[in-house]
Write a protein that binds this ligand. Structure first.
Ligand code: NCD
Length: 307
């Protein structure tokens, strides 16, 4: 099944869909010329902070020859501040746009919005829920580096409880064979039970590890994340969690020589900038891949059924 009406969670991405989007992204980065959507309009509706996600969605639509309408800071500047429901806002915006990218602060908001939308709605992050398009570009980055996903060991590090990118990526990795996941998280940010149950159900091997060096030594991919300050009420607890794990030059001496280090960005102090020149650091390239993957996703959502 390669057709999707909306994208709200990464469990929706089947193998054929992934193959189609990745092949399109590969083709577009060589020559975007044949893939044009003139006259089509993307609306970006962002109720939470963003740099990469919003700008790469907008750049993607512009490079496809389409146009963009946008509300950043929608929490403050849209009719939300007057009390309008998300559903009503989406019903209105879906009259103006052919596709909507929504970032919201509530878990499940994208699914609710999809039900109200007449046009494809894409989840660009819903609170501590999911970030399926980030998972797409993450998987695309891993695939470009290693060729195959099967058999890889991936260490996920940092805020695995509130971080939506690792949650979405786990759902995608569950589709592959003999992938091993190693979770390294401060005690208050451990990977949640719903994901662990999903991995068990899909026979994905996973382990928790407290020592980052031990995890780094086994990993083909170290996926570092920011501790999500905005989801913490207790700033002391946040500080403690944020300082727990750090990738620096000494840590990288323990990592495999052909490993890669990913990060959805923004990065704070969890990856030492001194390590940026290490060729294993691929997070800026990863962010760059977001453009091609989002172009491919928008294009497939708007042209599916057209042969
Ligand atoms: C992530 C997010 O918003 O979930 N950023 C992104 O979209 N690249 C990660 C984060 O904010 O830490």
């Amino acid at each position: 099944m390669t057709h999707l009406a909306h994208v709200y969670e990464s469990q929706q991405f089947t193998q054929p869909f992934l193959e189609k989007v990745f092949a399109l992204a590969d083709a577009m980065r060589v020559d975007p010329g044949p893939y044009q959507l003139p006259g089509k309009v993307l609306a970006t509706l962002f109720y939470e902070a963003s740099t990469r996600t919003r700008l790469s969605f907008e750049a993607a639509m512009l490079r496809l020859g389409g146009a963009v309408i946008s509300t950043e800071m929608a929490r403050e500047f849209s009719s939300h501040s007057k009390g309008e429901t998300l559903e009503d806002t989406i019903k209105v915006v879906s009259n103006y746009a052919d596709v909507i990218a929504l970032r919201h602060y509530e878990i499940g908001a994208a699914k609710r919005a999809a039900l109200a939308s007449k046009v494809p709605l894409i989840n660009a992050g819903d609170g501590a829920g999911q970030h399926p398009t980030q998972a797409l570009l993450d998987l695309y980055t891993i695939k470009r580096k290693f060729g195959e996903i099967d058999g890889l060991t991936i260490a996920m590090v940092g805020d695995l409880l509130y971080g939506r990118t690792t949650r979405s990526l786990c759902y995608l990795l569950g589709r592959f064979y003999k992938v091993k996941l190693v979770f390294v998280a401060p005690p208050i940010c451990k990977m949640a039970g719903d994901i662990l149950s999903f991995l068990d159900e899909h026979q994905v091997s996973w382990a928790e590890e407290t020592d980052l060096e031990v995890a780094a030594a086994q990993a083909d991919c170290i996926y570092m994340t920011r501790v999500q300050k905005e989801r913490f009420l207790d700033m002391g607890a946040y500080q403690e969690a944020a300082e727990k794990y750090r990738i620096d030059g000494a840590l990288m001496t323990k990592a495999k020589t052909n490993a890669i280090v990913m990060h959805p960005l923004p990065r704070l102090s969890e990856i030492d900038v001194e390590t940026d020149s290490d060729p294993r650091m691929v997070f800026f390239e990863q962010a760059g891949n977001g453009l091609w993957v989002r172009m491919a996703l928008i294009y497939s959502l708007l042209t599916q059924g057209q042969g």
